[in-house]
Design a protein around this ligand. Structure first.
Ligand SMILES: Nc1ncnc2c1ncn2[C@@H]1O[C@H](COP(=O)(O)OP(=O)(O)OP(=O)(O)O)[C@@H](O)[C@H]1O
Ligand SMILES: [Mg+2]
Length: 261
């Protein structure tokens, strides 16, 4: 199937030679990728290889220098981020700094998106409470503003905020990096469960390979702005595309028991 046929048939996400430059740096270099509806795709690769930039381009908070992005067969390169049905949990957990975690009457991090979209039942309060409970956001945190939260707490509230609205595409940029291992396991299960229940695509960037491999249907390995290999976790482990992928995977083989689903 050629790329044009792919775009017409893919009801998910299509990246067609997507490119982003910052002066002399090519952060994302002609990346083409088809992600099917309901797919959970992990993106891994060394620091600075372009993972965050790629997500920011899909979210629309960064402009493309080349190529095109299609969501459900529609070109979205010039579509406003708020109209893309894409939600992103940023690596640097960009919460609204002047808003509390949650308040049923005032604008708050957990309620704002729902208010904008005129949330249908269950109510905003009920939805926020359910999400907070599932993610382990204690009620005592509700009145706090982001500068009164720990880094890990900010991250979890950021995830909660993304989950209050059902997106077409959920972009998670190292969402659990600052969360303790026990809470991390719970959140991992919640994210996977959320993904399974929704008609959404999840793109999950992580430096934690066992986590990425255990969650994802397919894993994309990036190097220097390019996707080097994108395949199922088992295929990547058994047939790494080149020496770089082989070495990258081998660094984590000592944790191989965690690779198992
Ligand atoms: N605003 C910017 N201005 C200039 N260069 C940038 C900018 N943002 C990113 N870059 C460069 O683009 C490249 C890709 O950065 P990016 O943040 O996407 O990497 P990453 O894979 O997410 O890394 P990490 O694993 O550390 O989060 C890097 O070389 C980075 O220095
Ligand atoms: Mg990054």
């Amino acid at each position: 199937m050629d790329q044009r046929t792919n775009i017409a048939h893919n009801k998910g996400l299509v990246l067609d030679r997507v490119t982003k430059r910052y002066q002399s740096v090519i952060a994302v270099d002609h990346v083409s990728l088809n992600v099917e509806n309901r797919e959970f795709l992990a993106i891994v690769g060394p620091t600075g290889c372009g993972k965050t930039t790629l997500l920011r381009l899909i979210a629309g908070v960064e402009k493309l220098d080349g190529g095109h992005i299609y969501i459900q067969g529609r070109r979205v390169d010039d579509v406003n981020p708020s109209k893309r049905r894409v939600r992103m949990v940023f690596q640097e957990h960009a919460l609204w700094p002047h808003m509390r975690v949650f308040h049923k009457d005032f604008p708050s991090n957990l309620s704002f998106g729902m208010k904008l979209r005129k949330q249908l039942p269950p109510s905003i309060e009920e939805t926020a409470n359910i999400i907070a409970k599932r993610l382990g956001i204690a009620k005592k945190l509700f009145p706090r503003k982001p500068d009164q939260l720990s880094v890990g707490q900010k991250q979890v509230v950021g995830i909660g905020r993304a989950l209050t609205i059902i997106p077409k595409i959920l972009l998670l940029d190292e969402p659990l990096a600052h969360v303790d291992p026990q809470h991390r396991l719970t959140l991992r299960r919640e994210l996977k469960d959320y993904h399974n229940k929704m008609e959404s695509i999840t793109l999950y960037v992580s430096h934690n390979l066992p986590e990425a491999f255990s969650l994802a249907d397919r894993v994309a390995i990036m190097q220097d702005g390019k996707i080097i290999q994108v395949e199922s976790p088992s295929e990547i482990q058994s047939h790494p595309a080149n020496e770089f992928v082989k070495d990258f995977i081998e660094c984590f083989e000592m944790q191989s028991n965690l690779f198992k689903r």
